[in-house]
Design a binder for this molecule. Structure first.
Ligand SMILES: Nc1ncnc2c1ncn2[C@@H]1O[C@H](COP(=O)(O)OP(=O)(O)OP(=O)(O)O)[C@@H](O)[C@H]1O
Length: 282
């Protein structure tokens, strides 16, 4: 669906994105993860045809992004971080207007509004919308022409936990509807939950690319920690989850029912990001 090969791009004379290659399959949710300034938005701009001065190749459905025709935009939907809604128009008027820009007939506006719980606010001006309502409206604006590929820039940024949950469920629903989704995020938890694969991006370079599960497993096994007490005081112990049966002390404690507490701790995607890139996402 999307193929990037030997991509080079910089805003300045210094190299930035260099020799980057990756492929995103149809129906996949693919996440660009990286700290501020890593080049995530730049990559999305290249793939949505907004930056055309790159070298190498970036194709979407076989079309080179920098030489696209207007019809290119029929197959992509874009929900970037900043709202592009008209404040003085109602939600419905906004959707009618943006829908009219495409050759394809719009999806049913009432159904889209219902889909994101805005059906009772359709006639309200966007200036009277809360941040969460705007995010949901911006999201369905990107779905109006039923595009094959969705580009989402920080889809949960600035949302409270409830609205963030709503947004993530909407993204997963669109994946079920067969969409290919490229998203950027700083949020490792969202990435772990949403993405089939992620690319760690730092300073314009891909440092790692895999499923969140495989990346987490790279760090090695999760560990278990346990506490037990003898006649004098409480002790703690630790061993790799995969080696519990060879930990003789743990075995003996289990058999004599002397364990007081036991829990496992898995590395997070954030731990792996720090290990691979030497950077944090904050
Ligand atoms: N139009 C531009 N002209 C010159 N430099 C730019 C331009 N847009 C972005 N940059 C620079 O390119 C680098 C990458 O920016 P980009 O917006 O792609 O980062 P990002 O990973 O999306 O960051 P964030 O998470 O903060 O959105 C930054 O150093 C930024 O200052």
């Amino acid at each position: 669906m999307i193929t990037v090969e030997k991509l080079d791009f910089s805003y300045t004379n210094n190299p930035f994105i260099e020799n980057m290659s990756f492929h995103v399959a149809r129906g996949e949710i693919f996440g660009f993860l990286g700290p501020s300034g890593a080049g995530k938005t730049t990559l999305q701009k290249i793939l949505t045809g907004l930056i055309t001065t790159y070298n190498g190749s970036a194709t979407l459905n076989g079309v080179e992004c920098k030489t696209h025709k207007q019809s290119f935009y029929e197959s992509i939907g874009v929900d970037f971080e900043y709202s592009t809604l008209y404040e003085k128009l109602t939600a419905r008027q906004n959707l009618q207007f943006f829908g009219s820009l495409y050759a394809k007939p719009s999806r049913n506006i009432d159904m889209l509004l219902e889909f994101v719980g805005l059906h009772n606010d359709a006639e309200k001006k966007v200036s009277d919308y809360s941040k969460g309502m705007r995010s949901r409206l911006n999201f369905i604006k990107a779905l109006l022409h039923d595009p094959e590929v969705l580009f989402l820039d920080e889809p949960t940024s600035g949302l409270d936990p409830t609205n963030s949950r709503i947004m993530k469920d909407l993204i997963l629903k669109e994946k079920k509807n067969g969409k290919t989704i490229l998203l950027t995020t700083h949020n490792m938890q969202d990435a772990t939950e949403l993405c089939d694969r992620v690319a760690f991006i730092v300073d314009g370079h891909v440092k790692a690319m895999d499923t969140p599960h495989n990346l987490i497993m790279r760090k090695g096994a999760a560990t278990i920690k346990y506490t037990f007490h003898d006649s004098t005081k409480e002790h703690t112990g630790e061993c790799p989850l995969a080696q519990t049966s060879t930990d003789s002390r743990l075995m003996e404690l289990l058999q004599s029912n002397r364990i007081q507490s036991i829990h496992s701790s898995e590395p997070t995607l954030n731990d792996i990001f720090m290990e691979i890139t030497g950077r944090t996402l904050k």
